[in-house]
Structure formats: structure tokens, C-alpha cells
Write a protein that binds this ligand. Structure first.
Ligand code: CA
Length: 230
């Protein structure tokens, strides 16, 4: 079955080219022009991924992302204009999985979409499918993490960041190492993006356990420390 992608973008020229490239790449594509319509459609039809422009009529992309995130785990690729770094960071904070700054090449958009969707169905289980710590259990096959038995609500990128850190529990990872493990060659932002994601994961872990499980090592990077492995 074809994967279904919703494109919410009010600029027709961009909408058209994105549609052509995504359809050629084998996806089923629905295009809508405004935020409220996009949100409603996504809630009803549950696409596999939403390409979401930031500046939209009726409801902007940030609000659409935030509302969508409240009710769904759908992947969100945000489109932003140059110079909207604050919005970009806010978008990631609200749960977007990736972003692409305009102007972008449609080929790159297809590559990003494929990367996001591929990350979610990594077929081959590794030997180390689940890591167990004092508080956390992290399962890389189901992409689920629990803290003190409670399922954590993590976006895909947040999960991958946690997984990368937990695999090196007790060791300091630099931002560059995290970028390489989580985003690979698809990282185009600056290191602040890593800080935003780490901050989110840390807060979620802290909310669930009351513990500071991710430590900042000043001038170096981050360290995951959750007691001893069971
Ligand atoms: Ca727009």
C-alpha cells in the first residue's frame, strides 16, 4: 500500500512541484492550502507524514503542528523561510520531526521524507533491541521507552536521541556525535537544534521519574546516566 503524504502549503507553485516529485517517488499525495483544512484532514485521514508550511492562511503551521501533535504521532516535516530560525526551533519543540528551509530542491524534500519514513521501519532487529536501566527501558524494535513503567510520549527524533545516548550510558557524547547518530547526513541546522531536542527529552524523563537522567557536561556535550543496568 502506498504511503500517504499530506502537503499543506498555500503557494501553488511549490504545492505542484512537491506533489509531482512525491508522486514520482511512489507516494499518494493530498495537497491543501490552509491550516485549518489541513489539520482537519490530517485528523480524519491519518496520513503517514505531513509536509507543513509555516506561513499559512487561517492557522499557521506552528499551531497546526502543536494541535496535530496533541492527537497524533504523524511525522511532520516543516517548511520554513530563510531567517525563521526561532520558528524552526519552536516547530521542533512542538514536535516536528524535521524541517527544510525555503528555497529547497524538491529532490531534497523527497530525500528527507524518505529518511523520516525509513527511520520508522528499520526492519532488522539488532542484538541490543532493548536497554534496561534503573528507571528506563528503551526498546529499539518497538520504538517505545518506559520510565518507571510509564510509557513515555516521545517523537521519533526524541526517541532516537534517547537511544543514541542510552547506548553510551555513562559516557559523554558531543553534539557532533549525537548529530551523526541521530540525523546523519540529513542534518542542516546548527547545534542549538541538538540542545532543543536534548532539553525536551530531559524534561520528559524528569517529569516521569523526578530524576535528572541526562546531564550537561559543560563545553563537551551530554551524558545519560540512569543507575546501573539491570
Ligand atoms: Ca506559505
Amino acid at each position: 500500500m502506498k504511503q500517504h503524504i499530506l502537503v499543506v502549503e498555500d503557494e501553488k507553485s511549490i504545492q505542484n512541484i512537491v506533489r509531482i516529485y512525491l508522486e514520482n517517488a511512489g507516494y499518494l499525495v493530498t495537497c491543501l492550502d490552509d491550516g485549518i483544512a489541513g489539520l482537519a484532514w490530517a485528523q480524519q485521514n491519518q496520513p503517514d507524514l505531513v509536509v507543513l508550511d509555516l506561513n499559512l492562511p487561517s492557522m499557521d503551521g506552528l499551531e497546526v503542528a502543536a494541535r496535530l501533535r496533541q492527537v497524533s504521532d504523524v511525522y511532520i516535516l516543516m517548511l520554513t523561510a530563510r531567517g525563521e530560525e526561532e520558528d524552526r526551533i519552536l516547530g521542533l519543540r512542538l514536535g516536528a520531526d524535521d524541517y527544510l528551509a525555503k528555497p529547497f530542491s524538491p529532490r531534497e524534500l523527497v530525500a528527507r521524507v524518505e529518511t523520516i519514513l525509513r527511520r520508522s521501519r528499520r526492519g532488522t532487529p539488532t542484538l541490543n533491541e532493548a536497554l534496561r536501566f534503573a528507571h528506563l527501558t528503551i526498546n529499539n524494535t518497538t520504538h517505545e521507552a518506559t520510565a518507571d513503567g510509564q510509557l513515555l510520549d516521545l517523537t521519533l527524533t526524541e526517541f532516537q536521541l534517547l537511544w543514541a545516548m542510552a547506548q553510551h550510558a555513562g559516557l559523554v557524547l558531543t553534539r557532533d556525535q549525537l548529530i551523526e547518530q541521530v540525523w546523519g547526513a540529513n542534518f542542516y541546522g546548527n547545534e542549538r537544534v541538538v540542545d532543543v531536542y536534548v532539553g525536551q527529552v530531559r524534561r520528559k524523563l524528569q517529569d516521569a521519574t523526578g530524576e535528572l537522567l541526562i546531564q550537561t557536561v559543560r563545553g563537551v556535550g551530554y551524558k545519560f546516566a540512569d543507575g546501573k543496568q539491570a
